[in-house]
Design a protein around this ligand. Structure first.
Ligand code: SAH
Length: 258
């Protein structure tokens, strides 16, 4: 999948591509990441990409023209037929929050994207209106630039691609996955069996696969009911909860009242 990024800080992406499991996605070419330095598309001696905001106020605004020229260069380089053109995504606190569902949809698709990372007060609205297809947010807070949001999104997509995680199925057991009916993951433990007087739950030491699976399901229900009741509601709505799940949730609710 080809992904182009328009950014003033392409170097931020370099160490990310070289570390950890997601490195495999870039080394293997599963993700073909092309970084475009916006400043290369600015004119004039100072290669300015920003200017003061009309109407006054603090900060600077990224001008539409360099962004447009960068996008044209990317479109020419990708040489896609009009109907198959990759969408342009702007990272913005005003966008739709990035979710597992959106990340998984991207990982399952061969179509790439063109990512635009804002800086300063943001980018000229006329570029957004004319060229941006989607806006994605990392959450309800404001970053100084879109690069960290882009890297977070790239990491989440890359780890879902075949061959990136050591164990092919390991991401299926992670929070929000269909395998867990969209619930949160269960707690994990490793050696030693007793640490600072705290023992690992018996069920996990039993060697009984059915008992372990049942225990993990219950813990997944427990943490979800506690931290993300909306996920439990959604699982219920999609009829993913069994009578045993419901009985366990009722028990959890009773014990939390006492
Ligand atoms: N004035 C804007 C914020 C600009 S922050 C506002 O209040 O809405 C500068 C750039 O950082 C943005 O253009 C965007 O690309 C990026 N950014 C900031 N917060 C973000 C977030 N939560 N998610 C994704 N990108 C973000």
């Amino acid at each position: 999948m080809r992904i182009d990024v328009i950014t003033l800080f392409p170097d931020l992406f370099v160490p990310f591509q070289q570390q950890g499991v997601v490195r495999r996605a870039f080394d293997s070419g599963a993700v073909n990441l092309k970084l475009w330095q916006l400043r290369d598309f600015a004119s004039g001696n100072y290669r300015r990409v920003d200017d003061r905001p009309f109407g006054g106020g603090p900060g600077m605004v990224m001008a539409a023209q360099p962004l447009t020229d960068a996008l044209s260069a990317i479109r020419a380089d990708r040489a896609e037929p009009q109907a198959m053109q990759a969408p342009v995504v702007l990272f913005s606190p005003q966008g739709e929050t990035i979710t597992h569902a959106r990340v998984a949809a991207q990982a399952a698709s061969s179509q790439g994207v063109i990512l635009v990372c804002g800086r300063y007060e943001g980018i000229d609205q006329r570029f957004v209106d004319r060229f941006v297809d989607l806006q994605w947010s990392l959450g309800d807070f404001v970053l100084s630039g879109g690069e960290i949001a882009a890297i977070a999104w790239l990491d989440a997509v890359a780890r879902l691609l075949p061959g990136v995680l050591g164990d092919a199925d390991s991401h299926l057991q992670d929070s929000f996955n269909d395998t867990l009916d969209g619930l949160l993951d269960c707690p994990h433990y490793t050696r030693p069996e007793v640490w600072e007087g705290r023992a690992v739950p018996d069920a996990l030491l039993s060697g009984n696969h059915a008992a372990i699976a049942a225990y993990r399901r219950q813990q997944s229900l427990r943490v979800s009911a506690h931290s993300r009741p909306d996920l439990v509601d959604e699982a219920r709505r999609t009829q993913a909860l069994t009578p045993a799940d419901e009985a366990f949730l009722a028990e959890v609710a009773r014990s939390s009242q006492t």
